[in-house]
Design a binder for this molecule. Structure first.
Ligand code: UDP
Ligand code: MG
Length: 321
């Protein structure tokens, strides 16, 4: 492994999930081909490197176009999913396919919003020994205020909730075959790659770039899908929301004790009507106890949830003996 890394000319796969991308594919494929060829000519990567399109159950001509590209030039290859499974699953399918043939894999979107000129830097970092290289957006100038606010809030919220994500990094990243093999051991069905990859560890690097606007076609990530991704991200990474219920229950239960004192004082001062004291104290106490109980049950469900994921408990980077 170590001595292999020093040798240049290793196999790079670009993995690109595509859902109804017929408008962008002709240009995307040309631009990626040029990039790959220039890397091959300089001897940086092997001639066996490939561009792997993953068709995520597109309803347009995306798959036919991928087949045509493959016919023209074998550097283009394709994976066809049986139906639309969403970006994260399509990406995983592509990564796991590429892992069988490649030494390193870079994942990127079909619309090339992520600057492909930094691919050179990704590869350099790989040769320097990084197993994972994150592409991080330097600026969000092209985003609307709403997109910037929600996207950055999303990263902060996930970190607050105990998930570990790289700020302003989406799914533009390089992974070595070794990192991919370790990722394969994360068997969870509810998949949020951005949260899983940092868990793998190893030597990592960061490459910053500016993100462009989509040059053709429209976004396949409407607000609904974005929200679903955010909820998946948080619930798949952490059980903090459950713990929050426990704290809320405790808080309200404490309030009920305060209310008990307050009501008793009012009662003895004669400021209350009959039945008010017992009523008000029970409402607070029962509410608090219920939340507390739900939270405790949730705590166990959370543990079961994490157990069912069967995540690897450790990954060994190196053994010296
Ligand atoms: N995508 C996919 N399956 C889906 C939705 C999107 O494979 O169900 C792909 C899409 O083709 C693109 C990438 O995911 O390559 C990112 O989508 P998009 O560029 O539309 O998202 P945005 O950049 O607007 O967040
Ligand atoms: Mg896009």
């Amino acid at each position: 492994m170590e001595d292999m890394r020093n040798k240049r000319g290793q196999i790079l796969y670009l993995v690109i999930p595509c859902y109804n991308e017929q408008e962008v594919l002709p240009e995307t494929s040309q631009r990626l081909l040029e990039k790959l060829q220039s890397l091959m000519e300089r001897g940086t990567i092997s001639r066996e490197s490939r561009i792997l399109f993953v068709n995520d159950g597109s309803k347009d001509r995306t798959w036919e176009m991928i087949e045509e590209l493959h016919g023209e030039n074998p550097v283009f290859s394709g994976v066809k999913l049986s139906r639309n499974r969403g970006h994260q699953n399509a990406l995983l399918g592509g990564l796991m396919t590429a892992k069988q043939y490649a030494d390193m894999v870079i994942s990127l979107d079909a619309d090339l919003q992520d600057d492909i000129d930094v691919i050179d830097q990704f590869v350099e970092k790989y040769y320097e020994g990084c197993e994972i290289v994150y592409g991080v957006r330097s600026a969000r100038d092209t985003d609307t205020f709403f997109k910037k606010f929600t996207a950055e809030g999303f990263y902060k919220l996930i970190n607050l909730m105990g998930g570990e994500v790289v700020f302003n990094h989406a799914d533009y990243r390089l992974m070595s075959r070794r990192a991919l093999e370790e990722m394969e051991n994360y068997q969870e069905v509810n998949l949020f790659l951005r949260g899983i990859v940092p868990m793998i560890g190893f030597q990592t690097g960061v490459v910053t770039y500016e993100r462009h606007e989509r040059f053709a076609g429209e976004s396949k990530y409407p607000l609904k899908k974005m929200l679903a991704l955010a909820v998946d991200g948080i619930t798949s990474l952490s059980i903090k929301p459950i713990r929050f219920i426990v704290f809320l229950g405790m808080l309200i239960f404490l309030c009920s004790i305060a209310m008990l004192a307050y009501s008793l004082i009012q009662h003895f001062l004669g400021n209350t009507s009959i039945g008010w004291t017992s009523l008000i104290v029970s409402i607070w106490a029962i509410g608090g106890l219920q939340l507390l109980a739900i939270g405790v049950i949730g705590e166990y469900i959370g543990k079961i949830y994490l157990e069912t994921k069967k995540r690897p408990r450790f990954i060994i980077e190196k053994v010296i003996r």
